[in-house]
Design a protein around this ligand. Structure first.
Ligand SMILES: [Zn+2]
Length: 419
């Protein structure tokens, strides 16, 4: 699969996960009876089944009959789901939620959700039984998954590594043979200075080589490079154009750090916090700026559900822009009288409204099957037409406008359609 394709998949997956998380947050158990299980990819499913079986028999000791039944039902439901898996869970592991949730009017309802292959690996096995589902670890996995290259150096030592999501991964280090400032007796001052500069230059080349080896192959996935060290070392290093030009262009900031060992990589990330947050939003900002340019001065912008959908169907949309905060359903009203189809976008929590056909004026009823998630609806068309989907945060003005003023849906076109 192409990198673009993988990115889209993960965007869509993130959206699916976010939806489930929101649902689960709304559920409150009426006792300690909601079960959450985090399963790493290297954990045998049979082990997990055994654990669940054990919990099931221990649950027999729960005094309240209602709670006991609820927990045991949840565990049985989980065991039923686990039966569909082979020896090991899917890549990155999986998370299972099950429990009896309050469905109003004193009634409870059994809910089971299985999330396969989260955007980041499940790190450790967790079994959790409480009045709430355990959502936080999953939310952390959903947080920005950026990939950044890290370089820390002074004239004696250097380390390079990755920042993957929130994890710092040291990869390689080097130390230099650059002599100190004190020259030995008998050496001419000039010769000493020249040798020292040469040694520094060699070391910078070595560090750049190390960084290039690591980062150049991943340059299309990289969200940026951070460089740390004391002044003026990091400035000399950057100003001297030692890095591969594409890597050099990806440098999003240089920061003072006290150490240049592995702990320096962590310092670098701490000190770059603001720049990292900006870089995340910057990607979204660029998309929205292009959209507004087209809207004001070009003819390659579209917005609103219906217009965007029509352009998508024509295969004319290059990038579909969807507000990250949007939670809407679309209802398709198929008129039996004249064959016309109208669509209405409604709030996720609103019931399906009555509708009058815009062509012939007949009353049209819609069933549950005519209603679906509006984002899923558009992404499905986008995937068939080779359109890239971008989720846009509302943490900046133009992102907020996408949500408020443009209905949360917009697109940048490949060619003008007049729609
Ligand atoms: Zn009609």
């Amino acid at each position: 699969m192409s990198q673009e394709g993988e990115q889209e998949q993960s965007d869509r997956k993130k959206y699916e996960f976010r939806k489930v998380i929101e649902d689960l947050k709304d559920f409150e158990g009426s006792g300690t009876q909601l079960v959450s299980i985090y399963i790493p990819e290297d954990r045998q499913v049979s082990d997990v089944v055994q654990h669940v079986t054990q919990e099931h028999s221990e649950a027999a000791n729960i005094k309240s009959k209602q709670t006991r039944t609820a927990v045991q039902d949840a565990l049985t439901s989980i065991k039923d789901r686990l039966r569909y898996y082979d020896t090991f869970p899917p890549e990155n592991g999986m998370v299972v939620f099950s429990g009896a949730v309050d469905s109003g009017g004193g009634q409870t309802e059994m809910v089971t959700r299985v999330l396969e292959g989260p955007p980041q690996p499940v790190e450790s096995f967790r079994y959790h039984c409480d009045s709430d589902f355990l959502i936080e670890p999953l939310e952390e996995m959903m947080a920005d998954q950026g990939l950044y290259g890290l370089i820390v150096l002074d004239r004696r030592e250097a380390n390079v590594g990755w920042l993957k999501g929130k994890r710092v991964e040291p990869v390689k280090s080097a130390s230099s043979l650059v002599p100190g400032k004190q020259r030995k007796g008998g050496q001419s001052a000039q010769r000493f200075a020249r040798l020292r500069l040469e040694a520094i230059d060699n070391f910078y080349q070595e560090v750049a080589g190390m960084a290039n080896d690591l980062f150049v192959a991943k340059r299309h996935e990289l969200d940026g490079i951070l460089v740390g060290g004391p002044s003026p070392t990091k400035d000399e290093f950057l100003d001297g154009d030692y890095l591969h030009h594409e890597i050099q262009d990806s440098v999003i900031g240089k920061f003072d750090v006290a150490y240049t060992d592995e702990s320096g990589l962590k310092d670098l990330v701490d000190n770059a916090e603001e720049a990292l947050a900006d870089a995340e939003v910057m990607k979204d900002k660029k998309q929205m700026e292009e959209f507004f340019e087209e809207l004001n001065a070009g003819d390659l912008a579209t917005y609103g559900f219906e217009q965007t959908r029509r352009n998508l169907m024509m295969g004319a949309v290059d990038r579909l822009l969807i507000s990250e905060d949007l939670r809407k359903d679309v209802i398709s009203y198929d008129c039996e009288e004249c064959g016309n189809t109208d669509r209405e976008v409604v709030d996720r929590r609103k019931s399906t409204p009555a509708h009058t056909c815009t062509e012939c004026g007949s009353d049209v009823e819609a069933t549950e099957e005519d209603r679906e998630d509006a984002i899923d609806h558009l992404i499905e068309i986008a995937e068939q037409r080779g359109t890239t989907t971008k989720f846009i945060s509302t943490d900046f003005e133009k992102g907020e406008q996408l949500y408020n003023a443009f209905g949360g849906f917009a697109g940048i076109l490949r060619y003008s359609t007049g729609v």
